[in-house]
Design a protein around this ligand. Sequence first.
Ligand SMILES: *[C@@H]1O[C@H](CO)[C@@H](O)[C@H](O)[C@H]1NC(C)=O
Ligand SMILES: *[C@@H]1O[C@H](CO)[C@@H](O)[C@H](O)[C@H]1NC(C)=O
Ligand SMILES: *[C@@H]1O[C@H](CO)[C@@H](O)[C@H](O)[C@H]1NC(C)=O
Ligand SMILES: *[C@@H]1O[C@H](CO)[C@@H](O)[C@H](O)[C@H]1NC(C)=O
Ligand SMILES: *[C@@H]1O[C@H](CO)[C@@H](O)[C@H](O)[C@H]1NC(C)=O
Length: 951
Amino acid sequence: MLGVKVCVLAFVLVVSFCCFFTLLVSANTTNPSEVNALRAIKRSLIDPMNYLDNWSEGDPCSSHWNGVLCYNTVGEDGYMHVEQLLLPDMNLSGYLAPEIGRLSNLTVVNFMWNNITGSIPKEIGTISTIRLVLLNGNKLSGSLPDEIGHLPHLDRLQVDQNQLSGPIPKSFSNLIGTRHLHLNNNSFSGQIPPELSKLPKILHCVLDNNNLSGYLPPELCNMPSLRIIQLDNNHFDGAEIPASYGNMSKLFKLSLRNCGLQGSIPDLSGMKSLHYLDLSWNNLTGSIPSNRLSIHIRTIDLSNNHLTGSIPANFSDLPKLQNLSLANNLLSGSISSTIWQNMTFGPTARLTLDFENNSLSNILGDCNPPANVSIRLHGNPLCKNASQANIAYFCGYEVGANNASSNSINQSSVCLIQSCPTDSYEYVPESPVQCFCAAPLHIDYRLKSPSFSYFPPYEDQFEMYLASSLNLDHYQIFVHFSFWEPGPRLRMDLRIFPMYPSNIFNTSEVLRVRHKFMTWEFPTDNFFGPYDLLNFTLLSPYSNVVFESSQSSGISNVALTGIVLGSVACVVSITGLFAILIIRRQATSYHHLSRKRRASSSLIKIDGVKDFTLKEMALATDKFSDSSQVGQGGYGKVYKGILPDKTIVAIKRAQEGSLQGQKEFLTEIEFLSRLHHRNLVSLLGYCDEEGEQMLIYEYMPNGTLRDWLSAKSKDSLSFVTRLHIALGSAKGILYLHTEADPPIFHRDIKASNILLDSKLNAKVADFGLSRLAPVPNDEGTLPDHVSTVVKGTPGYLDPEYFLTHALTAKSDVYSLGVVFLQLLTGMQAITHGKNIVREVNMAYKSGIVFSIIDNQMGSYSSECVEKFLALALRCCQDETDKRPSMSDVVRELENILSMTSESDISLPDSTATHPESLTPSSSSAHVPKYVSYDVSGSDLVSGVIPSIAPR
Ligand SMILES: *[C@@H]1O[C@H](CO)[C@@H](O)[C@H](O)[C@H]1NC(C)=O
Ligand SMILES: *[C@@H]1O[C@H](CO)[C@@H](O)[C@H](O)[C@H]1NC(C)=O
Ligand SMILES: *[C@@H]1O[C@H](CO)[C@@H](O)[C@H](O)[C@H]1NC(C)=O
Ligand SMILES: *[C@@H]1O[C@H](CO)[C@@H](O)[C@H](O)[C@H]1NC(C)=O
Ligand SMILES: *[C@@H]1O[C@H](CO)[C@@H](O)[C@H](O)[C@H]1NC(C)=O
């Protein structure tokens, strides 16, 4: 009886186990046809950084790089299906394989910011589930496939910044679900199909910088949802602005700059929501209509036309106006001061009135505008007989950009005594808790078509908008700096901080935020307009965040779930038994494996470096005890070790995430072993055993330069020693740039990577982030940069590199310049959220630079300090071209050093001996908010002459 029961039970268990197992296998397996399609896609792409190597053959979506390559979803056939292809910004070239059409459950296609060529495969148009097509920022050519017009769920089509040509397909009139059409910066030609006016959902229609021609379809006024239309720099030669546009009561932005338009400006009084009107650089004639304009209007640009008559009264009483440009027209009569008189200006408000080069004869009323108003009058008759001093002032060439005061945040100056624990942490500028340090996410972000001209008054509102879209608190979002690009588009460096009291985001939160940005899941805001995500950089401490691909969008197969749940209970016991058996077996085979691995590694002999065993390393470090740990870097922990022959070494032990494949690891060792220079820390050996990887370096008894410069340091370095350290570092890096073969860029120069030996000689360390520099191609020419994913340490990052990803030898020059500034001032690269380069520049310009020179460095010649400082600041220029080369740096430092030995070391300047008598720059009343670059109004660039010359 008992035997039967056991038998039945066993039978049931075995059956359900098999059932469960089969389903489990198919549920975890990608549909074979899609696997083939993915292989074809991978084959057609050139992947210089080998990101797609992680896209393993069998189960493409199961593995990952520092970004999600694809997400899976379970389809009705029980197989996994690729749901999202996310391959932005990976320096991919090659073309897009038509097999993409076989990914039948795809909703997101994201290949933004690569170098992909060829045409857009028409097969994309057969994937009916697609919501987002994001192909912007590539080199795609050919025309838009008609098939795309038949995607019923397409929400967003972004193909901007490519080389696409041909017409906008008429089939697009079927895109009934599409809200965003971004085709700008291509070569599309022909007529805008009037049929588009039938589209019920289009919100943002961004078609600027193309070769569109024909007429402007008057029917567009019927598009029920349209809020932004941007057609700048197209060729509608001779076309007129349809009168019907004047009654688009919901439109926020109408931008028709440089479109070859003729005729007169229609009555726009029906545009009740208009925020932004740009009709500049056309051939518009007649007078400016005097009907009332929208009270929301921020920008009116009618410059560079042939407008006649006088300036109408309707420009008065526009409470939100920021920019009115009527320059380069044929306007006559007078300017009424009522334009600015009835306005109330907030502290950050600004109004620019540009009337240059007209025939205006005088100003009616009071012409003492408030400081927030700048007026440009140059080139008008009224300037000839300008009696009033004010008018003469406004008639000058360089009026405007008057220093509107920015709101200053003094949070950081309160925190002077402490500092954030590492370079990756910053004071959260708007934190409700003072001196709260946290590690932000860095996002390179661009507003493609904002409806304002001057950002400061809306910065807060913008931060709040992002905060609520991301479910974060206002203080967690921070616009670190912003500037205008042609378009005008507003580029910004956004910081997103974790919520107090945690000072670091956990992985799932990073993923959540990144996902929101990458899939455009923000509520639409017509005032800020659409955005470009240029980079979602994960700097340390997030650089090792590994994106789990297991975020499948839920199991759709309900039956599967049921069976799985039912089986699980029964199977657990059996599986448990099996598991124990399997684990036992594995434990034994593990040893075989590691022994095998060892055997193969010793086959490769690397000259000059020793292959240490794990046992030797454990012995040297007292089993990697805490007391022998001397540091912690991005690569892993650093230990001080004593070898049997009493040699002291530094052992860098790779942590999870830094481990490489054995082949890559040995290749790297082989390469590092060939680098020898007295200013580089030498590699003595390595260890690659039992899943551990270690690099063994000579030990630097005097630690890092960072320690010496920190406030905690008891001893201080003299000025001459500092110069020697600067020169040594520069020479080490110069060797990497010029003598190493192939040359390398260090990419992570910082005070903690400059080590000092027993005689305080500087040695550059940590090539962990080094990348091979570009090598000459067949023609022998060097590509002048390597485009990569941004890595490095905040505060030392070349700003141009950060924005362009173009890594040059000058990026190292910049970082070294920051180290020089640290040598001079004793400050950290970023203290209290303040950037050393900006602080020193500011002090330098205000002539109080000696007040920030480190008073720990004893006596020095002020001439030498000045020269060193000037060199450091040149290294830290924003523009790459203005920085000296590394060999110039070495030469100049040698010069300065020779001066110190010739001249007696004189006493410092009297200003320097009493630094406390001077206002330290950090608390100076004139220091603007450190966070905003001089954010000039967009008018400064919107006037940039477009590539298509005005006719
Ligand atoms: C688009 O094209 C214009 C004109 O060629 C150029 O000034 C602008 O920088 C381009 N914008 C982008 C985002 O590429
Ligand atoms: C622009 O389109 C016109 C035809 O409308 C064509 O003749 C011209 O070559 C195109 N220009 C460019 C630069 O594509
Ligand atoms: C818009 O204006 C045009 C011409 O002024 C007129 O024919 C048309 O009926 C108007 N449409 C609406 C919806 O008011
Ligand atoms: C400016 O304001 C005053 C009073 O506030 C008003 O009488 C005047 O009409 C306004 N001017 C204009 C141009 O609206
Ligand atoms: C990026 O791609 C281009 C074109 O394929 C290539 O020349 C360049 O070397 C790549 N950069 C890196 C860092 O691989």
